[in-house]
Each structure stands twice: as C-alpha cells, then as structure tokens.
Design a protein around this ligand. Sequence first.
Ligand SMILES: NC(=O)c1ccc[n+]([C@@H]2O[C@H](COP(=O)([O-])OP(=O)(O)OC[C@H]3O[C@@H](n4cnc5c(N)ncnc54)[C@H](OP(=O)(O)O)[C@@H]3O)[C@@H](O)[C@H]2O)c1
Length: 246
Amino acid sequence: MSPRVWITGASSGIGAALARELRTRGARVAVSARRTELLAKVAGGDMLVQPVDVMDRVSVLVAAEKVIDVFGGIDVVVLNAGAWSRFDVTNWDADAFRRQFEVNVMGMSHGVEAVLPTMLEQGSGTIVGVASVAGYRGMPGGEAYSATKAAQINLLESLRGGLRHRGIRVQTVCPGFVRTAMTATNDFPMPFMVEPAYAARKIADGIASGKPEIVFPPQMALLMKAARFVPVGLWSWANSKLAARR
Ligand SMILES: NC(=O)c1ccc[n+]([C@@H]2O[C@H](COP(=O)([O-])OP(=O)(O)OC[C@H]3O[C@@H](n4cnc5c(N)ncnc54)[C@H](OP(=O)(O)O)[C@@H]3O)[C@@H](O)[C@H]2O)c1
C-alpha cells in the first residue's frame, strides 16, 4: 500500500519539494500550511490540501483529523513548518523570540499531539521533525532560531526513546543551508548551499532508510558535528570575535 504522508510547511521551500518528491515515489500526500493558494499549486490536484496554522493547536488537531479521516490512517508525518528571523541582542525583541518558539517548537508539539493517538492505536508510524544543524551550537544572531532548533532536536530525541517500543519511529532532519525563502534574506556567508530538490531527495531517502538522523549536505554535517567537540570557552571566544566584526 502507498504510504500516507502528511507534511506541514509544504507551501514553499523544502516542504513543497518534499511533497513533490514523495508523490513521485508513490506516496499519498497531504500538504498543509497557511497560504492555501500556494498549497494548491504544490498539490497540482494530486494531493490533499489542508490549510493549517501550526501556532494554533486546534487548527492542527482539526487538520490531522481531516488527513487521517481521508487517508484512513497515517504512516508518516513531516513536521517541517518553520520560521526564522535574525535576532539582535542589542534590541531584544520578545515578540520575534516568542513567534519563533510558537511556530518551531509549539508547532512541532501540536503536530506530535495531533498524530500520536492514531499512531499509537495503529502501533506504527513515523514522525519526522525538521530541525537544523543550527541547533547543534549557539551562535550570535541565532538566540531565538537556534534555540528553537536545539529544542526540537532534544524533543525528537526524547520522543524517539519513548516511542520506539510502541512501533513508532522518530527521525530528526538537520539540513545545512538550503536555497529557500528562509535563506533568501540572509546577508551572512552560507557555505555548501543546496537546492530544495536535493534536500527533498535526501529526506525521502532518509525516511525510506529509517535512520534516526538525516543530516545534509555531507560537508555541513561534518563541519557542524565537529563543531560540537569544540570546547565551550574556545567556541565562545571565536563567536565573540565574529560578533565584534559585525
Ligand atoms: N532553508 C534552510 O537553509 C534551512 C536549514 C535548516 C533547516 N530549515 C528548516 O526547514 C524548514 C522549512 O524551511 P524552508 O527553508 O523550506 O523555508 P520556507 O520556504 O520559508 O518554508 C517555511 C514553511 O513553513 C510554513 N509556515 C511558517 N509558519 C507557519 C505557521 N504558523 N503555520 C503553518 N505553516 C507555517 C510556511 O508556510 P505558510 O507561510 O504558507 O504558512 C512554509 O511552507 C523549517 O523548519 C526550517 O527551519 C531550513
């Protein structure tokens, strides 16, 4: 049977490319986000379109119910909806901080809550969370975004341990830089940038393999995993030099 997949944040970028990739590979796909006209374009009449605002718990519960009802269950959810904005520590913007946590962290929590009862009942399912290598270490400008990605990585890892024996798989996706609307306004260097189609292939391959962590491209994976071993003092010193140059 074709896998039944629900993707949030599928109106553009990585989510849209992944929806197309998985549909091409034979999955039944439901796409969600707020911009319905873009979702309809992605779907091309060949996917289920279900609008959602992931910040709104009820909206996510209703959307999941609709997807599960139409598909008669759910095999894979890709919690990909995300928001980024550069943070300026000299002008602390609590609203921007909260918004990124609402979309990235609470949005992911709402998605998990919405699919878990069905997956537990089925005794099967895969929860894929799109985090980022930005969650591996703190960096100036990432006080909000990187903190949400670190929270997602931890949330997903905790969940993986808790759900494995119940037949539910949890996979963490950590992309490097991908050319999307999210990176279009960045003015800092973005090494090893990849296209959304590449990201979609890597994520689809990763879902098929069942591995717990999907990190790409390889150069970025190596760099950021190595960064995790840099002592806190040295990392902070290097970052303060970087911040002082801005
Ligand atoms: N691009 C990168 O370099 C990169 C790197 C690492 C990780 N990521 C992660 O990859 C994911 C996708 O990002 P992207 O690069 O593809 O950026 P994007 O093109 O801006 O896509 C973001 C998606 O999230 C959706 N979204 C935002 N707020 C939402 C809300 N409140 N409710 C429902 N959907 C919402 C947007 O749809 P609507 O506006 O239509 O709602 C859009 O479909 C994010 O989690 C991001 O953090 C991206």
